[in-house]
Ligand binder design. Structure first.
Ligand code: ATP
Length: 554
């Protein structure tokens, strides 16, 4: 669980997280449990703020997204259909000498090597790979290790009772697609959003909370019309500039425009909570990296203190979120495995199709047919014949004329815990001051964006033994409390109280002093407002305080 010694910045962050109550080791009094973390008082507030901001941006502020809150344990058939039972695994290998276990791809990466994948889909360690713990080159062959946590539902505990803790929140969205569509009065294009726990039995959890075994995800599945449908209705699919935000969604957008839109929307979200573009990076997955059904996937990265440098000395960053264009794979899989139709009916398509010149409808039919046949062939069950597959693809393509299709999906999938770690790393700022006697002291300020900061304001009476000051300070606290999370503190010198709030990341502090009580009559009912980041102070009327703060924390 210890961070590598050379990563001093991470050590400082981990230590601050414990000291100030952002993150604790789970089950610490029993020696901890690897890959599990608890959020303390400040961390819990930070996390809540982040999830609420995501939920607001993704659902409440939009017309075209509905929410969902599904169970963690679902029918195991879901994980069969999604492919997780068969293929959700990482290659694992062991050192025969010291018995240490590794994720084979990470072990190679740590030594500047690349794990070999054979054409048959097996993994092999490249020559020279050694154990990073004892240097032995005696390592076992990499073998797949399924990352899903298993449990049993009911008292029997037989093979038939096996269930899984969900390894992602997304699948529930696909499984409930029809129910949400029917109850939300949405029509494609529209999205379903969910925030919740996910579990992965990671081979080697590491980098603090970055790779945990229990974590939270914030996922959106945004359902769109296939490009062939857009072309049938609008004549062509819009082309958008390859760089930048493509603007307000348009009816003739195909998957590329929607994918780019969501990448840029997500970057704006990160910028809005204090992660500037300079702190982020991107990884556009190559053809080889993409899943067979995916058309594109762009990862948004954050430059963590542990992120590695590339060959040119640049830090690329590690994944915060992946935005994938997943075609119609997921809904198609659930349709095939459940036998329940997952397609939608689109009157606009039906009407447009009837008016298409034959040449055009033949062309669109053929493209849709090829896409469906390709999907059906790649995910065929062993007993399915090529004739059956062709017949199914023909039926699917014939559906277009009746206004029927299976929606495609763009999936922005973010990890809450990784984002929290990014926000903490980004906010961490140290300052060392040396006094007249040459004694130096280092103080930490957590420069969180006010939107995510655990506390929005610290409220202090200048002196705790002056009842009038305390009374007024409590009044100010109670005035703000219904609107925001504030922290009342009357103990210690005012300087100490400021320092404590700086470490907690509280953006503003409000001090009630003798002028508040009218010592200087013109300052009656005003307070000292102090800014965290530059310690500047100004005077503000109590009557204006709430709106002043609200304007800065929302
Ligand atoms: P990685 O390649 O780092 O294992 P992934 O590509 O498997 O991640 P996804 O399956 O795309 O991740 O999950 C979406 C998001 O969920 C990730 O971008 C990440 O933020 C978060 N996430 C995934 N696995 C973990 C984990 N073990 N601990 C914390 N967050 C995670």
């Amino acid at each position: 669980m210890a961070e590598p010694k050379e990563n001093l910045q991470m050590e400082k962050i981990v230590s601050l997280c414990k000291r100030r109550g952002f993150v604790f080791q789970s089950s610490e009094i029993y020696g901890g449990i690897n890959g599990f973390w608890d959020y303390g008082p400040l961390g819990a507030e930070l996390k809540r703020n982040v999830k609420e901001l995501w939920w607001n941006a993704m659902t409440r502020q939009r017309e075209d997204v509905a929410g969902l809150e599904a169970t963690i344990i679902m029918s195991p058939a879901i994980w069969k259909a999604s492919g997780h039972v068969d293929t959700f695994s990482d290659p694992m290998c062991d050192c025969k000498k010291c018995k240490k276990r590794f994720r084979a791809d990470q072990l190679c990466e740590d030594q500047g090597l690349t794990l070999i994948k054979t054409p048959a889909g097996k993994y092999e360690l490249p020559a020279g790979t050694k154990c990073t713990s004892c240097d032995s080159k005696e390592l076992t062959e990499p073998r797949p290790f399924n990352l899903m946590f298993q449990t049993y539902v009911g008292p029997a505990a037989t093979e038939a009772d096996i269930a899984y803790l969900r390894p992602e929140t997304a699948q529930a969205i696909f499984a409930q697609f029809k129910n949400v569509l029917e109850t939300s009065r949405q029509r494609v294009p529209f999205g379903i959003a969910q925030v919740g726990k996910a579990f992965r039995n990671e081979v080697t959890p590491r980098n603090f909370t970055f790779r945990s075994r229990e974590f939270e995800q914030m996922e959106l599945e945004f359902f769109i019309k296939p490009d062939e449908v857009i072309e049938a209705i609008h004549g062509s699919v819009a082309t958008v500039p390859a760089i930048g935000h493509p603007g307000e969604p348009q009816p003739n957008w195909g998957w590329q425009a929607w994918h780019q839109y969501w990448v840029e929307e997500r970057v704006r979200f990160y910028e809005g909570i204090g992660l500037s573009r300079a702190t982020l990076g991107f990884h556009v997955q190559t053809k080889e990296e993409l899943a067979h059904y995916a058309r594109a996937c762009t990862d948004i990265l954050f430059k963590f203190p542990f992120s590695k440098k590339d060959e040119n000395g640049n830090v690329k960053g590690d994944e915060l979120e992946g935005i994938a264009a997943r075609s119609d794979f997921d809904l198609s899989q659930h349709q095939r495995f459940s036998g329940k139709p997952m397609g939608v009916f689109d009157e606009e398509l039906r009407a447009a199709w009837a008016k298409l010149p034959k040449e055009k409808s033949d062309d669109l039919w053929k493209r849709y047919y090829d896409h469906r046949k390709n999907y059906l062939t790649k995910s065929a069950k062993p007993d399915e014949t090529p004739e059956q597959i062709s017949k199914q693809a023909t039926d699917d393509a014939n559906g277009l004329a009746r206004g029927q299709y299976i929606p495609h999906v763009i999936e922005p999938s973010a990890g809450v815990d990784r984002l929290i770690l990014a926000l903490i790393a980004n906010a961490y700022s140290e300052e060392t001051k040396t006094d007249d006697k040459g004694k130096s002291e280092t103080s930490v300020t957590m420069k969180f964006h006010p939107r995510v900061a655990p506390f929005k304001a610290g409220i202090f009476p200048l002196l705790k033994n002056k009842p009038e000051l305390v009374k007024k300070a409590l009044e100010v606290r109670d005035l703000l409390r219904p609107w925001m999370n504030v922290f009342y503190d009357e103990s210690g010198s005012i300087g100490k109280r400021y320092a404590r709030q700086d470490e907690a990341g509280t953006p503003f502090c409000v001090t009630i002093d003798f002028d508040t009580l009218g010592e200087k009559p013109e300052l009656l009912d005003t307070v000292t407002l102090r800014y965290r980041d530059d310690s500047k102070q100004e005077r503000l009327k109590i009557s204006e305080l709430r709106d002043w703060l609200l304007a800065r924390i929302r």
